[in-house]
Design a protein around this ligand. Sequence first.
Ligand code: GDP
Ligand code: ZN
Length: 306
Amino acid sequence: MAKTGGTATVVKNAGSHYLLSELPAWEPFPAVLRGKVRLQKSSSTNPVAVGDRVRYEDGVITEILPRSNYLIRKSTNLSRQAHVIAANLDQAVIVVSLFFPEIKLPFLDRILVTCEVYKIPAVIVLNKVDLYREDAPEAVETFMQIYEGAGYRVIQTSCKTGEGIDALRDACKGRLSLFSGESGVGKSSVIKAIDPSLDPKIGQISLAHLQGKHTTSLYEMYKFSDGYLIDSPGLRGFGLVDLEKEEIAKYFPEMLRVADDCRFVPCTHTHEPGCAVKAAVETGEISSERYNSYLGMLEDDGKFRQ
Ligand code: GDP
Ligand code: ZN
């Protein structure tokens, strides 16, 4: 018997209504949005997003509780209107593979910058390690040095051997994780390895009986092993924000750590004498790959928006 009111989490936007669940219980039920609440946040095209904590009463959402973070996507480059993709994320799990498809580090770095901007802790999953452990062990080593060196957690996984799957499952325990990854990296395989009841490739039917109509929503939440998952359809939707040139370095954690020691403030870490970031790149404390991504973002100023 459904309760008539309380606090719940939005697990799906099903067109005319939402599905809520009182997490950690996984018992989604429908609720609608009252016009008054709907009008409040006019700067975004959707006032309520998956992950939002809301108060509800008699099947009506009455209040949206403050968000710890949220991820937005602009409807177009020029538009001021933003679409909130998801809210209250505990972490972003970014699945990558070194080859097949070949990784593009600047692309990964842009995703990581986006996570920093939105204050969403990022975990990198280096999948398909079975393929390159033998053939290209130095490539794995280099990748680990770059990203662990920058301060990120990297979990090596293989869906073939099962390596790292327990560690990743553990990292997802009790958390709401946004999974993203370029097509072909094995994101679906990783999700399925962690929780065989989920198969992103064949789509989900678990909540279908509550939807009324066949409404496909790009972002919805699933119960995932001992946590919750939002599967992001590719990396594009999870693109980049508008950043001023001077801001970009703040979102490279390893640069932020040393930038206080730059002689000039502000410092673009490009040509200035006494630049602590450049010095750290020279000693190898900051990887040249990450630094090059930073330079690329500076050059692309304004072009890497979503
Ligand atoms: P997605 O597009 O990121 O969801 O990728 P899929 O899960 O569909 O996987 C893409 C391809 O990579 C498939 O042929 C998988 O069998 C393969 N694959 C996935 N994970 C691994 C892995 O850990 N090792 C190897 N060798 N192949 C994998
Ligand atoms: Zn500097």
